[in-house]
Design a protein around this ligand. Sequence first.
Ligand code: GLN
Ligand code: ZN
Length: 759
Amino acid sequence: MAHTHLLGFPRIGAQRELKFAQEAFWRGDLAEPQLRELGATLRSRHWRLQRDAGVSRVSTGDFAWYDQTLTLCATLGALPSRFGFDARTLTLSQYFELARGNAAQPAMEMTKWFDTNYHYLVPELSPESRFEGGVDWLFDELDEALDQGFEAKPVILGPLTFLWLAKCHGASADFDRLSLLPRLVQAYRRILRGFAQRGVEWVQIDEPALCLDLPANWLAAYAPAYQDLTGTGVKLLLATYFDTAADHAVLACQLPVQGFHIDLVRAPQQLPAWRTALPADAVLSVGVVDGRNIWRTDLRKQLPVLQALHAELQDRLWVAPSCSLLHVPFSLAQERKLDTDVRAWLAFATEKLGELQTLARALNEGEDAVVAELDAADAAVRSRQTSPRVRHAIVQKRLDRLTPEMAQRHSPFVQRQAVQRETLGLPLLPTTTIGSFPQTAAIRQTRAAHKRGELSAQAYLERIREEIELVVRKQEALGLDVLVHGEAERNDMVEYFAEQLWGYAFTEHGWVQSYGSRCVKPPVLYGDVVRPEPITVETTRYAQSLTVRPMKGMLTGPVTMLQWSFVRDDQPRETTAFQLALAIRDEVADLEKAGIRLIQIDEPAFREGLPLRQSDWPVYLGWAVRAFQLSAACVQDSTQVHTHMCYAEFNDILPSIAAMDADVITIETSRSAMALLDGFGDFAYPNQIGPGVYDIHSPRVPSVAAMSALLGRALSVIPAERLWVNPDCGLKTRHWPETEAALAHMVQAAQAWREKLAA
Ligand code: GLN
Ligand code: ZN
């Protein structure tokens, strides 16, 4: 008998109940027992869904009050000592303080979980880290499942991946955290024993680090570490996902574990290596249902592979999603407005459970037992393949006609710079912002009313125009050199453009956890992208008409549009990126035609698209850079192209950033006190650059002196002729008083440096 299981289930609930409860608790509007009760209800509901779908053992340990890595830190007793908390007696409030910071301590650092948009809390370790144990929440969760009569398989992040994702700070920044492994493994032993005492047979131990480029000493550490995890009384299923681990299949299969999970959606090519290496009695769990995307599985296409595996492995074959379902929305059931065609092509977490069940029954009972389900899947796949809404001949034709020249500006940067200097007449160290201005409650209400149909298009436009005028006047009064219209009409920088393009669909409840209580609702990019008409031209033109100062047009770049959407899997990502690029290119051309002389194409997600393996970077960077160039390169020399990136490490992709050839790039740098900028200096980044001089995440108003000092640092790396002055990122989450005060200081700091440089 083939079994099915999940690597994890979304915890936020069908209606984002967990989010609202967390936030109510933080506000003091919900008491702790009620919050706990809600968590228990959600867990129980999700376990029932799994059991009803025939899953042999429901997953526990995939729930977390904020983040599963933080919960693991609290379980191991690996909390940052700066908080002074005792992991064994940690309260829920203290747990949230670790995640969100408190009056005395900034929050633990948060970063993206591999190449997903989920953020985990980075374990903070030091030579003193002891792992002497902490909260029992993982056991409580398990007991809860067992008490309710479920068979359970606890899920836990493995020790090597835990250490790999951890960081040592301050004085111990250079400390080799791998040396903590023997101590850490003892803590894992205690946890596994605890599971065994409760009668658990299988534990899923996640080691996705095996899909990264791990140094040799880290790889060598697997064998002794897992040797130390034997004899606890549980069987271990070692799980890898998000990429291939084929190059480590032999290493993994020599570990004293009893099973392996591999991601066959991202890396189907790794199967032969694992089949060869698989020990005679080991379980192989194959991830054949996409845990990262929302398309229905082509079940009949998967079956032959599974049937061959089943014939050989019998009940040692487990069928699973490729990774935890944390990365997809809860259920399609509540989507009422979704277009029926598109809806039929999709499967969210709950529907994916159904797909697993169908696959298992086809294996165990024969295809005849699930003919209807398989036919339905076929019909969905065929409908998507043949739908006239997916393919548009004009788009295909345009892609076929792409030429290298289309991705190149007419003249090299130096020449363009000279022309732009003439035509734009900007002062030295020009000041600007990144695009958005404070999104007041009034603006949000206006947008919502318009969306609900309560505010006519005309009235809405007028309201937005008033807002634009306000923003323009404020910028003029502040003395900024390059103005923006403020983005009041945009709820989200991707959704706003997606709504104006063909090929996109939108869900009502397709929420996915991003971090803590924050969720995102990525639009669904199902078809060829067409821009039927200009998107931003009217607003931008109106903004420019209000002022003699140059107005910067504001667009979202193709790579970010791709990265922050659920994208089609029926063509290479790069093809979709080029389609998006052409749509944006049309917008760029229309903005230029309308007299806009500076156009910013934001690419904050450029870096997060990087593949896990460095050997795959050149291919990604090649098409990502090309997509950006395609979107931008249609303009005259005199039109200045800006781009913006933030909250990422750029130093290792500087050649690609330079190859994008934007006239100006603005980046976030203030958090690292300009350390980031050194990379640009060392690399001798050739074009203009605006390193952020203040952190937009804090309401604190930085002083003129503080920003002057940062500018001084920047000037030591970038010549004044190529330096811009701006905040780190958009200002939409800020309030007006602090925004105006901070920008006034920023303009003063720039002015002071201009005088100093002129003297
Ligand atoms: N132009 C966008 C803004 O200012 C950029 C946002 C971002 O970088 N994420 O809001
Ligand atoms: Zn930004």
